[in-house]
Ligand binder design. Structure first.
Ligand SMILES: Nc1nc2c(c(=O)[nH]1)N[C@H]1C(S)=C(S)[C@@H](COP(=O)(O)O)O[C@H]1N2
Ligand SMILES: [Mo]
Length: 329
């Protein structure tokens, strides 16, 4: 069993929380130190160019694509917003430099530096299982046939931090409808890529049951909030954010929003999910954001806004109750 091969599943998410605190403290420190250093012209020039280069680096991981002209896409429906009123859109340099993407690294600040060998284009995605019309489609064709729109969603990680991201993409339901789900289909399963030669985390962390896999109930998948993103911040997705196509289900903890999807499969029985298999007591199948249910090792009542370090209350369903509360009677 994959569970058995996991070395220390219980300390992984916590190890992910600790660096986050360290990161925020360090950022604060760097901010202050940076201001102090400005007086020392000679040093600051080289420090700043180093920082700028790092920012540039984080923002430069967009895979080349012939569909770049489809971006940006318009924000068609203003109902789709960040869920809670706290804070605006997070700066892209933060969203592109602080990632959970274990295929590359468990160090959130290291992921963007490790994605260069990952070939996110060309890419195909397959839709199959209990459908009348299974298909395989090239990403460029998918982007051209789907009506791309922008949606601003809050992403709330189970580790109690959040960012607000302007995604570009289309409703998951639109893709599923193309395949004509069979009436027996009750669940939708998603699978990420398996390419250890391109993803150092897959190569080194052999105790994880690669490739990453996730699933939704079909009523959740058909909900208009469930979104497939192919872009962010007005351009195609950065690799570290799940290029070329990832899920965005903002009422659930971040790990449900699987990145770099290669296969979508409909089924009658409930599929397994990566984190539920790894630590079933800590990560449920549904994983809806719920401030009243603490994680076994920390509270979920509040979250850290990564951009500012501010602590804000976590809302039920991450602020998206009006869309999804009715799914859970
Ligand atoms: N394939 C894959 N998808 C994944 C993950 C991962 O490790 N692998 N991490 C998840 C987690 S825990 C979070 S919080 C979000 C982070 O998305 P971001 O880096 O774009 O902010 O991606 C989710 N999707
Ligand atoms: Mo997460």
């Amino acid at each position: 069993m994959t569970n058995m091969r996991l070395r220390r599943p219980w300390d992984l998410p916590e190890s992910a929380v600790t660096p986050e605190r360290a990161y925020l403290d360090r950022r604060e420190f760097l901010g202050k130190a940076g201001a102090g250093v400005l007086g020392l012209a000679a040093i600051s020039a080289c420090d700043l160019s180093g920082q700028e280069a790092a920012q540039e680096g984080r923002l430069s991981k967009v895979p080349p694509t012939p569909t770049a002209e489809l971006y940006p896409a318009a924000r068609r429906d203003r109902r789709f917003g960040p869920g809670s009123g706290h804070g605006g859109i997070t700066e892209e340099k933060i969203v592109a430099g602080y990632n959970n993407f274990y295929e590359f690294s468990t160090d959130k600040e290291a992921v963007w530096r490790l994605v260069d060998r990952f070939q996110a284009r060309p890419w195909q995605i397959e839709v199959g299982g209990l459908v009348e019309r299974p298909f395989v489609i090239d990403l460029t064709e998918l982007e051209r046939t789907m009506p791309l729109e922008e949606r601003i969603y809050r992403l709330r990680c189970v580790e109690a931090w959040s960012v607000v991201v302007p995604w570009i993409g289309f409703p998951l339901a639109a893709l599923l409808k193309k395949a004509e789900p069979a009436s027996r289909a009750r669940y939708v399963r998603f699978v990420s890529f398996l390419r250890p030669e391109e993803a150092p985390g897959q190569k080194r962390q052999t105790w994880y049951p690669w490739p990453y896999y996730e699933a939704l109930r079909i009523d959740e998948a058909m909900n208009e909030l469930a979104f497939l993103a192919t872009g962010m911040y007005g351009h195609p997705l950065q690799k570290q954010n799940g290029a070329p196509i990832r899920l965005a289900v903002p009422w659930k903890y971040g790990y449900k929003s699987i990145k770099s999807i290669v296969r979508i499969e409909l089924s009658e029985s409930r599929p397994k999910t990566f984190w539920n298999d790894a630590a079933p007591d800590e990560y449920s199948f549904l994983s809806n954001v719920d401030p009243s249910v603490p994680h076994p090792r920390w509270s979920q009542a509040t979250e850290i806004v990564v951009a500012t370090g501010e602590r804000i209350p976590t809302l039920p369903f991450n602020g998206y109750s009006e869309w999804v509360a009715g799914l859970y009677g």
